[in-house]
Design a protein around this ligand. Structure first.
Ligand code: SF4
Ligand code: SF4
Length: 378
């Protein structure tokens, strides 16, 4: 069977799925079996990072073993690794050399700036030490092309795409969170490769969906529908953070499926949206962002999106996990939760849906915040 490959910036073409290595770090055997299964699935692109603990070490060992057994994709593996922004040129040089040695390769096809989340990160890459580091790595032919991954604001990502410095980007693009889809389209129009980060886990814990979500998406599974939605939008490749060979089941089915949505897929999407709207009634947040800015810097649309998902689609574990990460993940996620609302009312006249925002925030907080555990001592 011919396996489809998508253009990925100026680098080698990549499969519709990319193996993410952060969940296969339990042992050499686990990484070996996951990488082998990726190859058998038709995947040729692996995404890794020094920040994923033992991942690069285990991956290097697995690739060497598989090479010796003649197991590798046609044209060889395409590797994406990452470095964190903010490092000095000398430290960055050492990190790059270490990645190459650990993986046992002479060139990283795609080097991503890992977590370009703040304006200072972008400055580092475009004008600071980062730009010198990238120039050096390109001159030494240690990297093929440079991209970035970002959890940052819409404006920051747009600026990064428009800088023309990057040839690919990894973004949070999800069926259940389509806020960044226009950015992905913008990047694709500029011929950047676009990788969707974690459509299964960060896309709503779709590996363990609620009964409600399963029923709303039927006859298609929520994860398959999410993958198909992204692929039909032209996203270059979707990350698959496998920890077991069972995790490749849907990717095997969809490895060549980036055609437009079928009638039955469109119907399933319509049903999903309709059911959610019915459950939320006139409290559905339309995600238009007109309510911002809040003087207390509350990310109103993000919090009400979690409410939409919790009530509209019964995504309990996911929405609680995301809500309770607020204020605890540095620049990787929001800082203030709904508890910071002072009911000043500034946002109210700006909401075209006439939502009672302070009330909805309060309700969301009570619903999603983790109750402090009872102390067992003193
Ligand atoms: S009512 Fe609450 S959410 Fe709205 S602007 Fe005031 S503090 Fe922010
Ligand atoms: S203005 Fe209203 S509908 Fe729009 S994001 Fe804010 S709360 Fe949601």
């Amino acid at each position: 069977m011919n396996i489809k490959r998508n253009q990925f910036g100026m680098g080698p073409d990549v499969s519709l799925f990319t193996l993410g290595t952060m969940r296969a770090t339990g042992s050499t055997e686990q990484m070996y079996s996951v990488v082998k299964e990726a190859c058998l699935t038709g995947i040729n692109h692996i995404e890794t990072a020094p920040a994923y603990g033992k991942a690069e070490n285990l991956l290097g060992t697995a690739m060497r073993k598989l090479n010796s057994e003649g197991v590798r994709p046609e044209g060889g593996w395409v590797i994406t690794s990452k470095i964190l922004p903010g490092t000095t040129v000398n430290k960055g040089k050492r990190q790059l050399q270490e990645i190459l040695t650990t993986l046992g390769i002479s060139k990283i096809h795609n080097l991503a700036i890992h977590g370009l989340n703040l304006e200072e990160h972008l400055n580092w890459a475009l004008n600071g030490e980062g730009s010198k580091l990238i120039k050096w790595a390109e001159q030494e032919r240690l990297i093929g092309q440079v991209g970035f991954s970002s959890h940052g604001s819409f404006e920051l990502i747009k600026e990064a795409i428009d800088s023309h410095r990057f040839r690919f980007c990894s973004l949070h693009l999800h069926l259940l969170d389509q806020e960044r889809l226009p950015l992905a389209k913008r990047a694709l129009e500029k011929h950047l490769g676009v990788m969707a980060i974690s459509p299964a886990d960060k896309g709503g814990h779709l590996h363990s969906p609620s009964k409600t979500l399963i029923s709303d998406c039927s006859p298609i599974s929520p994860l398959e529908l999410a993958y198909r939605f992204l692929l039909s939008q032209g996203i270059s490749t979707l990350t698959l953070g496998a920890s077991d060979i069972k995790d490749f089941k849907i990717a095997k089915k969809l490895i060549n499926s980036n055609n437009p949505l079928s009638k039955s897929e469109q119907n399933a999407l319509e049903k999903l949206n309709q059911k959610s709207k019915e459950r939320l009634g006139n409290t559905l947040c339309g995600q238009c962002r007109e309510c911002l800015p809040c003087p207390n810097e509350i990310p109103i649309p993000e919090i009400l999106r979690l409410r939409n998902l919790s009530i509209g689609m019964d995504l309990q574990s996911f929405t609680k996990e995301r809500y309770n990460l607020i204020g605890r993940a540095g620049h990787w996620w929001e800082k203030n939760n709904a508890n910071a609302c002072q009911s000043c009312g500034d946002c109210l006249p700006r909401c075209p849906h006439h939502l009672n925002i302070p009330e909805l925030l309060k309700e969301t907080h009570c619903k999603l915040v983790n109750t402090p555990r009872r102390r067992l001592w003193g």
